[in-house]
Design a protein around this ligand. Structure first.
Ligand code: C2E
Ligand code: MG
Ligand code: MG
Ligand code: MG
Length: 285
């Protein structure tokens, strides 16, 4: 029954459903209309180049404010969007909006070029010719491919190896960068690092957050940094909340950092207002 009448959320409630299922259905119901009802917004979180101490990129992070549900965090609605296939439309919306925004920013001439990173669900590699979607959006927005980066989690590679390699290779040929997000958190083997055309590893924040107090975390971050260097990959750390962590990452040779210490994700206006200041945020130089 749940499949036949997706538009009416009320008709699919059943007494035996638990709270989580009810909530998921409610979220799905409202998420279906989120784009047309203009409820989505992108926030932008900067990435800082540790060599130049300049902002050289941003990550687009989706925010959803529904008139009934209020602000629903991505960790709650993204998994539901993936289960229901809605993620395909959402990610395409994000991709287009983010490319458009970055075209505008780079044309306006910030002090250095900004690379825009967009999170892409692994489902895209299974359901569509994702590279065609990307090409169409780059064409439409006029953004240079070198100013776009795709972030995917390593778990993306587990079930659809061949398709995934084919797609990533095409993206690389166009000139887009690919980063492995949440690196170290998943269960996939390191084998894929040899086969996949990727540009950078983004170390999961669970390894970063206590790296200044925890020897195991230092060991892991050090190992990932070495691995990345040997494989000619850039290494990025996310979840930086303190100055001490930045010092350690600099010492280990990490290339880029991202986290609340530099800036939280910000809406367009606030990002523009604080960009120059973030660039010269020099208290850790
Ligand atoms: P992610 O791609 O790993 O993004 C990083 C998350 O960590 C973001 O949460 C960000 O706000 C948060 N974060 C950044 N710096 C810090 C820090 O210093 N400390 C802490 N505690 N957290 C920090 P957010 O925005 O809630 O997004 C959660 C996840 O939802 C993202 O993880 C990503 O996997 C997914 N997501 C967000 N937007 C999109 C999207 O447009 N498409 C897809 N497919 N997934 C998205
Ligand atoms: Mg990400
Ligand atoms: Mg991450
Ligand atoms: Mg994530």
């Amino acid at each position: 029954a749940a499949k036949t009448n997706r538009n009416s959320v009320f008709s699919i409630y059943r007494p035996e459903m638990n709270k989580n299922q009810e909530e998921a259905l409610l979220i799905e119901h409202h998420l279906r209309k989120a784009i047309e009802q203009n409820e989505l917004e992108l926030y932008y979180q900067p990435k800082l180049d540790l060599n130049t101490k300049q902002i050289n990129g941003v990550e687009a992070l989706l925010r959803w404010n529904n008139y009934l549900l209020g602000n629903v965090p991505p960790d709650k609605f993204i998994p539901i969007a993936e289960d229901t296939g809605l993620i395909i439309k959402l990610d395409e919306w994000v991709l287009e909006k983010a490319c458009q925004q970055n075209k505008e920013w780079n044309d306006a001439g910030f002090s250095n070029p900004i690379k825009m990173a967009v999170n892409i669900s692994p489902l895209h590699f299974r359901l569509s010719h994702f590279e065609d979607v990307v090409k169409r959006i780059l064409d439409k927005t006029g953004l240079e491919p070198s100013l776009l980066e795709i972030e995917i989690t390593e778990n993306s590679f587990i079930d659809n190896h061949e398709e995934c390699i084919a797609c990533l290779t095409k993206l690389k040929d166009i000139g887009i960068s690919v980063a492995i997000d949440d690196f170290g958190k998943g269960y996939s083997s390191l084998n894929y690092l040899r086969k996949f055309p990727i540009n950078s590893l983004k170390i999961d924040r669970t390894f970063i957050q206590e790296v200044s107090e925890n020897n195991e975390d230092i060991a892991i971050v050090k190992a990932i940094t070495h691995l990345a260097r040997e494989l000619n990959l850039k290494v990025v750390a996310e979840g930086i909340e303190t100055k001490e962590v930045i010092r350690i990452l600099e010492e280990l040779g990490c290339d880029e950092i991202q986290g609340y210490y530099i800036s939280k994700p910000l809406p367009k206006k606030r990002f523009e207002e604080s960009y120059e200041q973030m660039n010269y945020c020099s208290d850790f130089q």
